[in-house]
Design a protein around this ligand. Sequence first.
Ligand code: GH3
Ligand code: MG
Ligand code: MG
Ligand code: MG
Ligand code: MG
Length: 292
Amino acid sequence: MKILVAEDDTTSRLLFGATLRKLGYTVTAVENGQKAWEAWEQDEYSLLISDWMMPDIDGPQLCKMIRAEPSLRYTYIILLTALDGKGSYLEGMDAGADDFITKPFDEEQLVARLRVAERILALHKKLHIQATYDRLTGVWNRAAIMDHLEKEVGRAACQSTSIGVLVADLDHFKRINDAYGHPAGDTVLQEAVRRMCLVLRPHDRIGRYGGEEFLIIAPECTENDVVILAEQIRNSISREPVDSQSGGIPMTVSLGVTIGGNQVGGDAGTLIAAADKALYRAKIAGRNRVEF
Ligand code: GH3
Ligand code: MG
Ligand code: MG
Ligand code: MG
Ligand code: MG
């Protein structure tokens, strides 16, 4: 666990740094709020231990700045205070702090508070994973891939690049379930994801959009690129049957693709609708094919 310490008092800063390192943590210790903010923006810290009173940006202000960032990671914040004013605890909590340690600190108390921090952070991580990933296939879930699409559409518009959107739907998947059973169907879904990921480029992202339907976002893609990528996915999926206890299960996929961003325009909803329409055409035209 990486800890950021912000403390303007040199003795206290050194003492915190040394104690935390002795306890096995990786520590960055800085002497004011501004430096803490810069460090927090640059690196991933799970925990911030910040003094309350510091020149320029003080502890509560730093808390507010961090909480105002739409970040997926949670930074657990402990404020250090020499104050004993009861009102200030509430002010610190309202600013976004999770806990307090009074100075001079007691080591056992620090260890106890770190245990709580680790417990909360582990819980947050678990919930974050559950809320972001599809449990069966391990790729992003629908909400996560849709968030990503919105971001990428915005980015493509700003940077004048185009973005490929692909909807891949396994063909006659219901028949696979009916013929081989639901568990075998699950295995086919996992294998389909594995095969799709083999051909994706480093910045392409995939999410499970529905039962046997996947959404792929391919940044910086021309019309030509997105069709080539879709054909690679189609080939990768159908190359050979999926191994199962009941023998090989043949699998094919249909893809509807479109591009957005630069010159083309369109928001996330419009792009999905266009890719969906293309997918429908691919199904009508006989499946195991790509339509733009
Ligand atoms: P089409 O080629 O038109 O797409 O036909 P299809 O059979 O693939 O499409 P349909 O929408 O009729 O059926 C999809 C099936 O996918 C129905 C559903 O039971 C199955 N399914 C959805 N989620 C899961 C899952 O997590 N595991 C398994 N095994 N099956 C699933
Ligand atoms: Mg101070
Ligand atoms: Mg299907
Ligand atoms: Mg269907
Ligand atoms: Mg479907």
